[in-house]
Design a protein around this ligand. Structure first.
Ligand code: HEM
Length: 291
């Protein structure tokens, strides 16, 4: 845990211990209400993230409060929809052939991000058509959300680059913010997983599909919370509006704790917690010659 606190300037706590993270995510003291106010750097950081992760006045699902109108219903409906697709996906259907080919070291002309965007997009908005431009838009989202690069981000904000990227993603996603999140933000964890899978495919091709899939699951680098009231975590006090950065991937690696990947035991659990492993298994099976 790391506390960065300079009164009036910044008030942030970073957590990378699974126990602390699960304790906080189940506590009423922190949420994703993200109210304005607080020290200068908190306001700037939060303002930038919320601007990027909103569309037409609506926040992306990962930035919505626990009790926000229809959040839990939408989360549950997406979970059911994705889970209904999982068994077929796990079998390695024909539509995974472009990804399987990439795994075999072919299909080099197309970025794996675009191939994945096609499959993810189609799962949430049937008929989705990914392109080099839509993948570039997802890359813009990733850069806009990455820490640092303040000058580049400022330039992009002024030039409207992030807005244009979101306009394209929104158009393809029928303005559905869950689909925009999936194809523009969450996709980067899946790209990382596919790159890992290619390394396993080359070095340990006899690995079974379920094991290969498990080894390709990476958690998001960080998710955000804001303190709704004063409180403390592992003896570290926080005030109302302290920003809490939950460093999930660090926590997963340090404690080998797979629960960090999708936060599946918490109210904010990822609706794709069954679908993503099924996708990985399906691609592996499709690419592997029968033994
Ligand atoms: C490897 C890939 C993925 C990982 C590691 C991942 C992980 C996560 C995590 C940790 C959260 C909780 C965020 C928080 O607590 O604030 C989350 C939320 C969410 N994820 Fe994923 N995700 C992945 C892919 C996807 C995909 C493909 C979709 C959609 C098809 C998706 C849709 C969502 C949505 C809608 C939420 C918000 C749930 C809510 O709080 O209402 N995710 N994801």
């Amino acid at each position: 845990m790391k506390q960065i606190r300079v009164p009036g300037l910044i008030d942030v706590i970073k957590l990378d211990n699974p126990h602390d993270i699960l304790q906080l995510t189940s506590s009423d003291m922190v949420d994703r209400q993200f109210q304005p106010g607080g020290p200068l750097l908190n306001r700037l950081m939060l303002g930038g993230i919320l601007r990027t992760l909103s569309w037409r006045g609506q926040r992306f699902p990962t930035m919505r409060a626990r009790a926000a109108d229809s959040r839990a219903t939408a989360q549950d409906q997406l979970w059911q929809r994705l889970n209904a697709q999982a068994p077929q996906l796990r079998g390695g259907p024909e539509r995974l052939e472009p990804l399987a080919n990439w795994l075999r070291g072919k299909n080099e002309g197309v970025h794996v991000g675009q191939l994945l965007q096609q499959v993810i997009g189609d799962a949430v908005v049937p008929g989705y058509v990914a392109s080099p431009e839509s993948w570039a838009a997802a890359m813009t989202m990733a850069m806009a959300l990455a820490p640092g690069n303040t000058l580049t981000k400022l330039r992009w904000m002024l030039s409207g680059r992030v807005r244009r990227a979101k306009t394209l993603l929104a158009h393809l996603a029928n303005n559905d913010t869950s689909a925009m999140h999936a194809t523009g933000v969450a996709i980067h964890n899946i790209v990382k997983g596919m790159q890992q899978m290619r390394a396993i495919y080359q070095s340990e091709p006899a690995t079974d599909a379920a094991t290969a899939a498990r080894r390709c699951l990476f958690a998001p680098a960080a998710v955000l919370r804001q303190a709704a009231s004063e409180g403390s975590i592992s003896g570290c006090p926080f005030s109302r509006r302290t920003l809490l950065v939950l460093e999930l991937e660090k926590a997963r690696q340090a404690a080998n704790d797979e629960a960090m990947v999708f936060l599946a035991q918490t109210w904010s659990r990822c609706p794709a917690d069954g679908w993503v492993p099924a996708l990985f298994e399906g691609v592996w099976k499709r690419a592997s010659p029968p033994h």
